[in-house]
Design a protein around this ligand. Structure first.
Ligand SMILES: Cc1cc2nc3c(=O)[nH]c(=O)nc-3n(C[C@H](O)[C@H](O)[C@H](O)COP(=O)(O)O)c2cc1C
Length: 258
């Protein structure tokens, strides 16, 4: 394996950070990795918020499903799917009027544009993860930033066509984090198909999750009443309060976007 592949293979999420700050130079390198990521039509349909205010960090602990380690991260970047900038520029340029004159059908940013902007934002985010790792800086995604849309809208001053699709906490891992085992992945046979999608049958699904099931009941802490790994996951994640909130929040954002 070359160095880049080793970094990708060895990475794990870091949730406990050493006191050592991230230097301005390191931050610049991490951000440059975001900017150099592939981007649809070279439009850079995202913005990044560098959260430096400790009060905002503390607020994010609460609004992102009560995760205290967030406030302890030396660097927090929020990745915003952003169509506002292009939409404002189109308006500045009189694009809609000109389109009308030319007989071209006008439209506003729609669901497809949102998804494209989310792709851009997350691809940029993942580049920063690898860049940070290469500098000895760990990171952890916070998907819960999709929750509490109205609060985050106010907190970050977000206009209509901007949505926080992901947040990353970065910092050098404390020793216990570097010693933690890497979370295993599912067998590639269930993940990649040749030419056509293959829906897994009961036998394949049972095989796919068999080791999770074994580990959960050997050394894990199954949710009370769960009789297998599927039930455990459904009760712990899919029907958890944060999942309901995430769906509510995203629907609210979609209403506003459209
Ligand atoms: C979209 C996304 C959202 C995530 N949200 C959180 C989160 O809110 N809190 C957290 O501790 N980890 C979060 N993670 C990290 C995952 O839990 C982690 O990547 C997964 O358990 C695999 O572990 P690994 O990254 O160490 O390989 C998130 C990861 C992704 C990709």
């Amino acid at each position: 394996m070359n160095e880049i592949l080793k970094i990708i293979d060895q990475r794990r999420s870091t949730r406990a950070y050493a006191e050592t700050p991230i230097t301005e130079q390191e931050k610049a390198l991490i951000l440059n990795a975001a900017y150099r990521a592939p981007t649809a039509g070279n439009m850079m349909l995202y913005s990044i918020i560098d959260v430096t205010d400790p009060i905002i960090k503390e607020r994010l602990v609460e609004t992102c499903d009560d995760q205290p380690f967030i406030a302890k991260a030396p660097l927090i970047l929020v990745f915003l799917a952003d169509y506002q900038r292009w939409w404002d520029y189109y308006n500045l340029c009189g694009a809609q009027d000109r389109a009308s004159e030319l007989g071209v059908t006008n439209r506003k940013p729609q669901a497809g544009d949102l998804l494209l902007a989310c792709c851009d934002a997350l691809i940029a985010a993942q580049n920063t993860v690898i860049a940070a790792e290469s500098l000895g800086i760990g990171s952890c995604y916070i998907g819960d930033v999709m929750e509490n849309y109205e609060i985050h809208q106010e907190l970050f001053n977000l206009p209509q066509y901007v949505f926080p699709i992901g947040m990353l906490c970065y910092g050098r891992p404390v020793q216990t984090e570097t010693q933690r085992h890497r979370v295993p992945r599912y067998d590639p046979e269930f993940m990649t198909f040749e030419n056509r999608y293959q829906r897994l049958d009961d036998a394949a699904l049972t095989r796919m999750y068999a080791s999770n099931n074994e580990r959960l009941f050997a050394q894990g802490q199954p949710v009370q009443g769960a009789l297998n790994f599927g039930q455990h996951n459904y009760l712990r994640k899919f029907t958890a309060e944060f999942s309901f909130e995430m769906s509510r929040s995203v629907e609210k954002m979609l209403e506003n976007w459209q």
